[in-house]
Design a protein around this ligand. Sequence first.
Ligand code: APR
Ligand code: PHB
Length: 410
Amino acid sequence: MRTQVGIIGAGPAGLMLSHLLHLQGIDSIILEKRSREEIEGTIRAGLLEQGTVDLMKKTGVGERLMREGHFHEGIELRFNGQSHRVNLHDLTGGKKVTVYAQHEVIKDLVAARLNVGGKIIFNAQEVSLHGIETTEPKIQFHYDKDSELQEISCDYIAGCDGFHGPSRPSIPNSVRKEYQKIYPFGWLGILTEAPPSAPELIYANHERGFTLLSTRSPEVQRLYLQVNPNDDITNWPDDRIWKELHARLEINGEWKLTEGPIIQKNIVPMRSFVCDPMQYGRLFLAGDAAHIVPPTGAKGLNLAIADVQVLARALDTYYATGNEELLKRYSTICLRRVWKAERFSWSMTAMLHRHPDHTPFEQQIQLAELDYVTSSRAAATTLAENYVGLPIEWQAGEKEETIAGFLYNE
Ligand code: APR
Ligand code: PHB
């Protein structure tokens, strides 16, 4: 088999890349180790930045998102028994965020690829990368465990295979620098069949630990509790979860948390991670393969989408003109934005969680920071512009808007 761009992984990064390349007339094949049912059914986060929504609309995969997504112009921060609204819309000149689950984005992108004959090989086994330092890299795989070895020759490989995939380890250790921070807490996430308790997301700092109230639909709420990352979900019967949610979300005055049956629950650890560079030879990493953020800033999916926007444009430039300059700068362009999102996710995490090693002094500093963010317009603006999403900076000082190209501008 041969294709121009071999893509490993059908998450948001791999699927959106394949979709953008198709719109630019570039051929790709996606290799995904899981089944279509699995990737379309895995519950993940679900908050889209303005830029992610704009890109989906502009490239024809935003129809259901516009119909079923929930558009939020603000978020609520709760601490010391009080609620404070951050007006994202006013502070950012009219930008919003959209709640739309990641697996719905996956469904829309898979459908868009398959409708136009795009090639996604599901259940691909033992995927491996070869010759990434040459001009004809190859991906090998098996259709299933007992079938013979297959090979795809390509011009470029996009490693969109998440944190545990084979792409990142293919970059030699001597070239790859990895930065990591493991947090001493995890998130217990639930889905509950209950109507939203609030019109906007609530991020609550409480002495018992952080809590986030989010939504999914008029019938389903998504909630998270800060827990010990090594805790077992069997220690959390439903009544313990509700008790804890009530305690942590309580405020002085009228407000009620709506309850319903819990239909899904799990615990995930939290880490920050960056791989530098995000490219080597003819291999380009995108999304979780290159970086991980704690979910507090809601940046994971959005970073993946921004990476592949840069990669699609760089590949388009190469195929249209033979100029590899943007491809060579791929990692540098992405990492500028990635590190800012890392900083934001880390700072939201630090500001909102209860840290096991914090002294009373540090707890007061944390409350002072929350007080500052909710009382100073300058501080609130900083939070808001990061939350709705920073622009891609293609060159020092050169913003997204100044680059021509039909996918990237009106
Ligand atoms: N071979 C083929 N596919 C693989 C392999 C492999 N060896 N290893 C992993 N994959 C697939 C996974 O099954 C998954 O479908 O790669 C895909 C990676 O998708 P994601 O993990 O969703 O990563 P990404 O597309 O970068 O999107 C980042 O996803 O994990 C969330 O919070 C994260 O929102 C962020 C977003
Ligand atoms: C979610 O709805 O899953 C969600 C929202 C905001 C976050 C994290 C997760 O910061």
